[in-house]
Ligand binder design. Sequence first.
Ligand code: G4P
Length: 300
Amino acid sequence: MAIGWYPGHMATALRELKTVMNRTDVVIEVVDARLPESSANPVLRELRGQRPCIVLMNKSDLADGAVTRQWVRHFEKSAGVSALPVDARESQLARKVVKLCQTLSPQTKRACRALVVGIPNVGKSTLINTLAGKTVALVGNKPAVTRETKYVELRNGVDVWDSPGMLWPHLKDQTAAHRLAASGAIGENAYDITEIALFLIEHMVQAYPKLLMARFKLESVEGTSLALLEAIARHRACFIRKGDVDFERAAHLVTQDFRTGKLGHVSLEAPPAPSIAVEPDPAASNEAEAALAQPDEAAS
Ligand code: G4P
């Protein structure tokens, strides 16, 4: 089943974003650290133009740390981009993000204006609440909780535009669409949960077989993904009636275990390997690291 999901409010949000972008100093794109490329909005890249961009790789507590480090290097090859692996629930993050915004776009007469964008369910509202130090945005585990762009004055030198979770009109890359569905970014009526669980099992067999075996007490990962899902269903007593396996319930278990990190630290994609080995340039500056290493002037 081909996955596509672009509810009407996202088209409205995209139009709003074009207007808001003109008044934005820094773009904060929140991506999912487990699928940083698939969760990065291709439309946004065109819209942001030359504005500095902070890529916050959120839910990094759920991702494979080694792969996340590769992604940071990958993102920072693009001019004007700083990448940080984060957990949006951590209160210390506010100080770091405020400082980075002010370093990337210093303002003397007014607060720096940051636009927070990202796919549904990636943690934008959690981030805004962390930045504000109180609840100003609704957090929820269903996609499309926030539906309108709103301006939030943080009173710490940075103000933010909080935009609704956005996907893009055509999910041409269906592997990326499966990663997005696995992460919970897509409305659950737009995909078949068993297909997503089989996709996750196939990935686990290739990249993290021991984690899969440990989580579901499997003796091996040989056989088809469907046979493994059946073994998982039997192990977790998912039956429709005596002897008949409930594949759908088992599929929910596998997907939920991925979303909550119970499968372990799992990344669904790694950056493309460079075609030519390039020596690192010692003179190249990492703006994010430099800003964060400086004494904390912004903290109040
Ligand atoms: P959104 O605005 O982009 O749609 O996302 P939102 O902040 O509502 O977050 C969606 C879910 O992701 C929430 O879970 C939130 O707690 C969780 N989340 C956000 N950031 C992180 C992170 O860095 N790591 C982890 N592990 N989870 C994160 P929820 O199920 O609604 O639950 P709850 O935590 O409020 O119970």
